[in-house]
Design a protein around this ligand. Structure first.
Ligand code: HEC
Length: 115
């Protein structure tokens, strides 16, 4: 009986740990939105949302192929933060959030501007 309880406990702990891990390793629009609104992404008290309120003016930016570079330029210039690894969950989530803003918008025609 003791053994069975131990096995059950181990299954439970492994399951919870795996769940937490997979949740942490998946990029999502929600995580991107949280980062977009998070002043802690930078160091000058501003967040992306300070200037792009609810993603304003970024609806067409989702089609840009160099969007990760633009986002990093914005992080380093506008909010004085550290550039993100393009392969990181944080960058992928921010890109998902920005792309999601313009899901129903026509393709961008303006050249990249950046911050
Ligand atoms: C201090 C104000 C400010 C902050 C903070 C800021 N931006 Fe910007 N951003 C601008 C301005 C100004 C432009 C250039 C004008 C334009 O194209 O709308 C721009 C342009 C952009 C573009 C290109 C838009 C396009 O269609 O070419 C993206 C993408 C972008 N910002 C994302 C972000 C992200 C992500 C953050 C947070 C890390 C951020 N910005 C923070 C002011 C800001």
């Amino acid at each position: 009986m003791k053994g069975l309880k131990l096995v059950l406990l181990m299954v439970l702990v492994t399951g919870v740990a795996a769940g937490a891990l997979s949740a942490a390793e998946t990029a999502s629009v929600d995580k991107g939105k949280a980062l977009f609104n998070d002043p802690k992404l930078g160091t000058n008290g501003k967040s992306c949302n300070t200037c792009h309120r609810d993603g304003k003016d970024l609806q067409k930016a989702g089609n840009k192929t160099d969007l990760d570079q633009i986002v990093n330029a914005c992080i380093t210039h506008s909010i004085k933060g550290k550039a993100l690894d393009p392969k990181s969950i944080e960058m992928k989530s921010l890109l998902l959030y920005i792309k999601n803003l313009g899901a129903k918008q026509p393709a961008a025609t303006k050249p990249s501007v950046g911050c």
